[in-house]
Write a protein that binds this ligand. Structure first.
Ligand SMILES: C[S@@+](CC[C@H](N)C(=O)[O-])C[C@H]1O[C@@H](n2cnc3c(N)ncnc32)[C@H](O)[C@@H]1O
Length: 285
């Protein structure tokens, strides 16, 4: 596969490929995401606004596969549910126009569960039908892939060739203890005021537990509904970015540029892909 990685973020799709293909171009407007991508993958994505990218530019590297994770806020449980009307869907709409003119051999899209049945899902399905492509709509969560983390996601997998139906996985979740840093960052412990103020709403887990909540981009700023907090003998703390990265299945060597703040690191991870789940979606091609 020669892959265009669209809305590339940290480059989750590139890890999920696991040698099945090569990313020939990646696109993202975020400077922080692109710096992290370059540090880990060696190539700098194009910092282009995808709502205005020309078909000739996308066609240039000769890609046959589009892997994409468009912004999920228009389809999120906590979002505005405006779907295609949301300005953050402009790039997706533009890409669907380009797809209609010159479709690749394969396309895989990842998004939140609210994407299923949305107007954007309808538009994508219509474009795939127009070109006679096979389509599978999959739903999966890393908690079924041995990871103690909830991150239910939808994958729309499409190809000109017939797709492979695979049985759903149901591996037992490993305990959180195996995902924790060897040396704790003491700065992650909550001060007593924060602890007292938010105690009721915090999702608390312990190292022996086999689950954690979905970590969202606001984990660095918000307490309630943004992910789990770890209870240890010393108190209550946030999971570190490297612990969240391990729970997403990112490689142990994954790292951020030193210049990125803690808040930005959590934001990028909160947008990220669960690698084993995305790799499983690609197995259907
Ligand atoms: C859901 S995240 C994708 C995460 C990615 N799959 C990963 O593995 O980290 C969406 C990404 O799209 C980028 N983005 C959003 N709107 C964009 C646009 N109009 N053009 C280019 N990139 C955009 C954001 O900066 C963000 O990094």
């Amino acid at each position: 596969m020669r892959v265009l990685e669209l809305f590339s973020g940290l480059g989750g799709w590139r890890w999920a490929l696991r040698g099945r293909g090569r990313v020939v171009a990646a696109y993202d407007v975020s400077e922080a995401a692109n710096a992290t991508y370059a540090l880990n993958h060696g190539d700098l994505p194009k910092a282009r606004e995808l709502a205005a990218v020309a078909l000739s530019e996308l066609a240039m590297p000769g890609a046959d596969t589009w892997l994409m994770s468009p912004p999920c806020q228009p389809f999120c449980r906590m979002g505005n549910h405006q779907g295609l009307e949301d300005p953050r869907s402009r790039a997706f709409r533009h890409l669907m126009d380009l797809f209609r003119q010159a479709p690749p051999e394969r396309l895989v899209l990842e998004n939140v569960a609210g994407f299923l049945g949305s107007d954007a899902h309808g538009l994508l399905s219509e474009c795939l039908r127009f070109h006679g492509m096979h389509q599978m709509d999959l739903q999966a969560c890393p908690s079924h892939f041995g990871l103690p983390n909830l991150r239910p996601r939808v994958f729309i997998v499409a190809s000109r060739k017939p797709l492979k139906a695979l049985p759903p996985l149901d591996l037992p979740q490993r305990p959180l203890a195996g995902f924790l840093d060897a040396v704790e960052d003491e700065g992650l412990y909550l001060r007593s005021e924060a602890h007292t103020r938010h105690h009721q709403g915090l999702d608390l887990v312990e190292p022996g537990d086999h689950r954690s909540a979905c970590f969202i981009g606001g984990y660095g700023r918000r307490f309630v509904g943004s992910g789990s907090f770890l209870k240890t003998a010393r108190g209550i703390r946030r999971f570190s970015p490297s612990e969240v990265a391990r729970l997403l299945g990112l490689p142990e060597a994954f790292r951020f540029p030193d210049t990125l703040s803690l808040e930005v690191r959590y934001r990028l991870l909160g947008n990220g892909l669960s690698i084993p789940v995305a790799a499983w979606a690609l197995d259907h091609l």
